[in-house]
Design a protein around this ligand. Structure first.
Ligand code: G
Ligand code: G
Ligand code: MN
Ligand code: NA
Length: 253
């Protein structure tokens, strides 16, 4: 079977999983939210990376249905978190450009939030710069409408795409995610000027900043010193199934 057919079949058979990676406040190191990340089990007990299958899902158009499911699964988890006493935590989801091209996208997001009775501000949509560049007007209009509804918006992998400063003004952003390539560079002797500039830019625009890919203690301390608000990375936690997240949260939030 071709990989796309296998993906289509496995998605129909409900074999895709949505894992979650905790995000922490850099001062208290308590969990403040999490990012939902797709996982596709292979037949050998491992997983195929979304870096490989998300492009296939986009190429085949399947990402629209998968993306709808990711939103549903995230709202289901927001409801469960709320019921377990973690109503303050937010769940971030990655949104593909194909979802923005879906004429029903805005209505679908609102409908799934209502179906699960979520506080809209607990759902955060993550978009990359390339998503904005692809269809600036469609994306800006959709995000303005969803922001008005109460949903949070984050710009992902910031600094790696064709950053246009004008989009930072036009997009109704809450959070800026500093790409892990800039966070990685923060090792003694290496220049961290890009990370510093991005954090300063975010702070001056009144946005929360979050460092991605924090693996080492010194990266966390350095980002905190720069004025970065939050962090996500293997130092704190790897992406994990929702069932494993709950015990983690009991200790860390
Ligand atoms: O989890 P991992 O680092 O392997 O993810 C690799 C890439 O896959 C990231 O760029 C991430 O944004 C993307 N990805 C993960 N989950 C989703 C999802 O639910 N929807 C979309 N569109 N992309 C996702
Ligand atoms: O592109 P996006 O930021 O959505 O992708 C997040 C990806 O980063 C996920 O695939 C996740 O597995 C990966 N990731 C999360 N934390 C770390 C980390 O500390 N180091 C590295 N190398 N990757 C990470
Ligand atoms: Mn992301
Ligand atoms: Na990212």
């Amino acid at each position: 079977l071709s990989m796309i057919r296998r993906l289509r079949n496995d998605f129909a058979d409900r074999k895709l999983e949505l894992w979650f990676q905790p995000q922490v406040d850099l001062v208290s190191e308590k969990v403040v939210g999490m990012e939902g990340l797709l996982r596709w089990p292979d037949n050998e007990g491992g997983y195929i990376s979304p870096a490989i299958f998300v492009p296939l899902a986009e190429y085949s158009g399947l990402i629209v249905d998968i993306g709808d499911w990711v939103l549903e699964e995230s709202c289901r988890r927001i409801k469960a978190l709320n019921e377990a006493g973690f109503g303050h935590l937010r769940v971030a989801v990655n949104i593909s450009i194909l979802q923005f091209r879906d004429k029903q996208f805005i209505d679908k997001v609102k409908a799934v939030i209502e179906r699960f009775g979520c506080d809209p501000s607990r759902l955060e949509l993550e978009i990359t710069e390339s998503v904005v560049m692809d269809e600036p007007q469609i994306v800006i209009d959709a995000l303005r409408s969803l922001k008005e509804y109460g949903v949070a918006i984050a710009i992902d992998d910031f600094g790696t795409g064709f950053s246009s400063m004008s989009y930072l003004q036009k997009l109704p952003l809450d959070r800026l995610k500093v790409d892990r390539s800039f966070v990685n560079d923060i090792t003694p002797g290496k220049s961290a000027v890009i990370a510093e500039t991005i954090v300063t830019l975010g702070n001056k625009l009144g946005l929360l900043t979050i460092a991605e890919g924090v693996e080492k203690r010194e990266q966390a301390s350095y980002m905190l010193k720069l004025g970065c608000d939050e962090a996500q990375g293997f130092l704190f936690a790897k992406p994990m199934p929702f069932a494993e997240l709950m015990p983690f949260l009991q200790e860390r939030s």
